[in-house]
Write a protein of this length. Structure first.
Length: 389
């Protein structure tokens, strides 16, 4: 396969040759017979570290009052992958959220079965993200996670989840102030799992202790927190100030506002920001009430716990979040795209992802930016094969 387009770092045309799932050659020319075109940007594949579902399909089947689909699980998740790829997302971490341990285990087994039986799905999945149940039970920090299923950090329970996932959990979000959290962070790191701080009401000292124990990511910073925070001793300021932490941001226009995004990117610097979608099953669905009225999709697409101001996941995917981050902050387009490609790969310590270079995995997103600054996805390639159709 040959793909042609412009590189984001210098706007010069290239033709990328793909062989056996890897980038075999990068030539400074536009291939007349290659896929793409001279007006197309060619980037590493968009990589979403946190996605729960989209368009009525869900990695969390049967959770939070939403009925499980009657479709074949492997086919349903393959269709979910195609939905993501149609928006440019080549790589992703299926995210399983707080629920009864048995339900979480069932969903981890379901996703692991899809990985093992579907080669295309397997190539796109870079690991599972476990978001909970080891989070704060406080109103605000726990967000939409059900308080009755929150658990104290426990390595044995994590091992149950990892066994159900067939060893594929790659990231775990937890609140570092919870009893046992620091020990679990150390355990995660020892076993090759990225420890992420999130859904926390911690003081600054607890954040510093978590980083010393090995935490390297802040999950959707600015969300999963109190509506009002202290002027000093704040878990947000401390995470923004910590150079060891990569901050993930949901730049959908609802979870953080443009000014927040601008300040957060300035504080962390672009190379320490990873854009995520945090999209959920109700993303892309018509406005209305769902799950017997527990959730509401608003007219503008954002999703809340009915009757509250609390968000219940996001509705935009990375193609939208990249453009928003580009518009709202000091970043140029190349930097904004790097926040959804290079930085996620670095967060997961995946050397062959997130770059266009000989020997790297052939995960690529080709796109145009329209006159209205919206992104038009031309093609998504995963492991050297088209994944958007």
């Amino acid at each position: 396969m040959k793909l042609t387009g412009k590189l984001l770092d210098d706007s010069l045309p290239v033709t990328v040759t793909v062989e056996d799932g890897r980038i075999a050659h990068v030539a400074r020319e536009t291939g007349a017979t290659a896929l793409g075109g001279p007006d197309v940007w060619i980037a590493p594949g968009f990589h979403d570290l946190q996605v729960n579902g989209y368009g009525g399909r869900d990695f969390n089947a049967g959770s939070w009052g939403l009925e499980a689909s009657s479709a074949d699980p492997v086919e349903e998740l393959a269709a979910l992958q195609r939905d993501l790829a149609s928006h440019g997302t080549a790589l992703f971490c299926p995210t399983v959220v707080t629920d009864a341990p048995e339900q979480m285990e069932a969903n981890l087994r379901r996703i692991a079965a899809a990985v093992e039986s579907n080669a295309r799905f397997r190539t796109a999945v870079t690991g599972f993200h476990l978001e909970g149940p080891f989070i704060s039970p406080e109103e605000g920090p726990r967000g939409a996670h059900p308080v009755e299923h929150i658990r104290l950090p426990d390595a044995d329970l994590f091992d149950r989840f990892q066994d159900a996932a067939h060893g594929l959990i790659r990231m775990c979000t937890l609140a570092p102030e919870m009893p046992g959290a620091l020990g679990l962070i150390e355990y995660l790191v020892e076993n090759g799992v990225v420890a992420a701080i999130g859904h926390t009401g911690a003081g600054a000292a607890s954040i510093r202790d978590a980083v010393a124990a090995g935490a390297t990511v802040s999950t959707h910073i600015g969300n999963g927190c109190h509506a009002s925070i202290p002027r000093h001793n704040s878990y947000i300021w401390e995470q923004l100030a910590c150079d060891e932490l990569i901050a993930t941001l949901i730049a959908d226009g609802h979870h953080i506002e443009p000014a927040e995004a601008r300040v957060m990117v300035r504080a962390k610097r672009p190379q320490a920001v990873a854009l995520i979608s945090d999209a959920v099953r109700l993303a892309g669905m018509p406005p209305g009430l769902y799950a017997d009225g527990r959730f509401e999709v608003k007219a503008d697409g954002h999703i809340v716990l009915t009757g509250t101001p609390y968000l219940a996941g996001a509705s935009a995917l990375l193609d939208t979040c990249i453009v928003n981050a580009w518009r709202w902050t000091d970043m140029d387009l190349a930097q904004a795209v790097a926040c959804a490609t290079e930085t996620p790969a670095r967060a997961l310590r995946m050397d062959r992802k997130g770059r266009i270079a000989v020997g790297c995995d052939a995960d690529l997103t080709l796109f145009r930016v329209r006159e209205d600054d919206l992104m038009e996805i031309v093609m998504t390639v995963v492991g050297g094969e088209r994944a958007d159709g």
